[in-house]
Design a protein around this ligand. Structure first.
Ligand SMILES: Nc1ncnc2c1ncn2[C@@H]1O[C@H](COP(=O)(O)OP(=O)(O)O)[C@@H](O)[C@H]1O
Ligand SMILES: [Mg+2]
Length: 310
C-alpha cells in the first residue's frame, strides 16, 4: 500500500472524503468507499474492467494480435516454441526482443538480441518469470506512453533509457553506482541493475564496467527505457504527436479499456510508430501522476468532483 502507484490514488481519494479500506496490503488490493458506493482496486486496476478485457490487454501476445487484427501498427511477433523456430525468426529480423508475456518493468526483457548465444540467454532470462515467451521484431524509436482515463486522453510521458555521463575519472561501474545512489533517494525502484542486460548494453558499445568514459561523454547503459531499470521519465502531454493521440483513442475504444496506457515506439527520423504495449495498470507515478489520479477519481466517483472543487 506504500508504493506511490497506490498512494498517489489513495491520497487523492482521501482528500475528497472517500475512505480507503485495505483488503491486502502487499498485493495491494483495497476498496474505495463513498456514501455506500464501493469499488475494489489494485493500484489503478479496478473491478470496472472485465476479466477478459484485462487479459486481452495485459498479455502482450494477445494484445499484439488484437491490435494487428484491427489494423494498428505493431512489431512482428511470435510465441517462442523452440530454439530452431526462434533462430529462423532471428534470421528474418536480425535484431529481436525477447520478453515474457505478462510481466512489467522490463522483468526478463532482452532488447536487440542479434546472435544465437544471446538468444538462448534471453529466453532463459524470460523463462525465469513465466512459461509464455515472446519473440518480437526490434523497432527503433522513442518510447511514448499515452494515458487514458474514462476513454479520454489525460497525459503523456516520454521515457528514456538510463544513461550516465563520464567525468574522465570514474569507471562506468562507479558512475552507475553514483547515479543509483542519487535516484534511489527519490525512489528505490529507479536504479540500473548490474545484470546481463546492462553488461550486454555497455559491451555492445565497446565498454566494460572498468572503462573510464571521457568527460562529458553520455552513455546509455540500457536498451530498454523502463523507469524500473533507471530510466528517465518526462511529461510531454502538451507536445505529444496529435496522430498518436488519435490512434491511441481508437485503440482504447476498440479494446474497451477506459483506463489504459498505450505505449508507442516512435522513430524520430521516419515518423513511423509501433504499439509495443497496452498497460491496463497505469503505474500512476512518479511524474505527472497527480493529475492522472485526479482524473481517475473523477471517473470512479464523479459525485465527488463538485465537492472537491469547492
Ligand atoms: N519491439 C521492441 N523494439 C524495441 N524496443 C523494445 C521493443 N519491445 C520492448 N522494447 C523496449 O523494452 C522496454 C520494455 O518492454 P515492454 O514490452 O514495454 O515490457 P514491460 O511490460 O516490462 O515494460 C520498452 O519500454 C522498450 O524500451
Ligand atoms: Mg513497458
Amino acid at each position: 500500500m506504500e508504493s506511490p502507484y497506490t498512494t498517489t490514488i489513495t491520497d487523492e481519494a482521501v482528500k475528497r472524503g472517500i475512505s480507503v479500506e485495505v483488503i491486502d496490503p502487499d498485493t495491494p488490493i483495497y476498496k474505495l468507499v463513498y456514501k455506500g458506493k464501493q469499488i475494489r482496486c489494485c493500484r489503478s486496476l479496478t473491478d470496472r474492467v472485465g476479466a477478459i478485457t484485462f487479459q486481452l490487454a495485459q498479455d502482450k501476445h494477445l494484445a499484439n494480435s488484437f491490435l494487428k487484427k484491427h489494423g494498428f501498427s505493431v512489431p512482428a511477433q511470435e510465441l517462442f516454441q523452440s530454439y530452431q523456430k526462434a533462430e529462423i525468426f532471428l534470421k528474418r529480423f536480425k535484431n529481436i526482443v525477447v520478453k515474457p508475456c505478462t510481466q512489467w518493468g522490463a522483468r526478463g526483457v532482452s532488447v536487440k538480441i542479434n546472435n544465437q548465444v544471446d538468444l538462448r540467454a534471453a529466453v532463459r532470462s524470460a523463462a525465469k518469470f513465466e512459461g509464455n515467451i515472446i519473440l518480437e521484431e526490434y523497432v527503433s524509436g522513442e518510447d511514448n506512453r499515452l494515458i487514458f482515463v474514462d476513454y479520454r486522453f489525460v497525459s503523456a510521458v516520454r521515457r528514456f533509457p538510463a544513461s550516465v555521463t563520464g567525468n574522465g575519472k570514474d569507471s562506468l561501474r562507479k558512475l552507475i553506482r553514483k547515479k543509483n545512489s542519487m535516484t534511489k533517494k527519490l525512489d528505490p525502484v529507479n536504479v540500473v541493475p548490474f545484470d546481463r542486460e546492462t553488461l550486454r548494453t555497455i559491451s555492445a558499445k565497446g565498454f566494460s564496467y572498468e572503462s573510464v568514459p571521457k568527460k562529458g561523454c553520455k552513455i546509455e547503459v540500457r536498451m530498454n527505457s523502463n523507469y524500473h531499470t533507471g530510466g528517465i521519465v518526462e511529461v510531454v502531454t502538451d507536445r505529444v504527436r496529435k496522430d498518436l493521440v488519435d490512434t491511441a483513442k481508437k485503440i482504447v475504444r476498440q479494446i474497451e479499456l477506459p483506463v489504459c496506457g498505450v505505449d508507442f515506439l516512435v522513430n524520430k527520423r521516419t515518423g513511423k510508430y509501433w504499439v509495443v504495449e497496452l498497460a491496463p495498470d497505469l503505474a500512476i507515478s512518479p511524474r505527472g501522476g497527480r493529475i492522472v489520479a485526479k482524473h481517475f477519481i473523477d471517473y470512479l466517483f464523479p459525485e465527488t468532483i463538485k465537492k472537491f472543487e469547492k
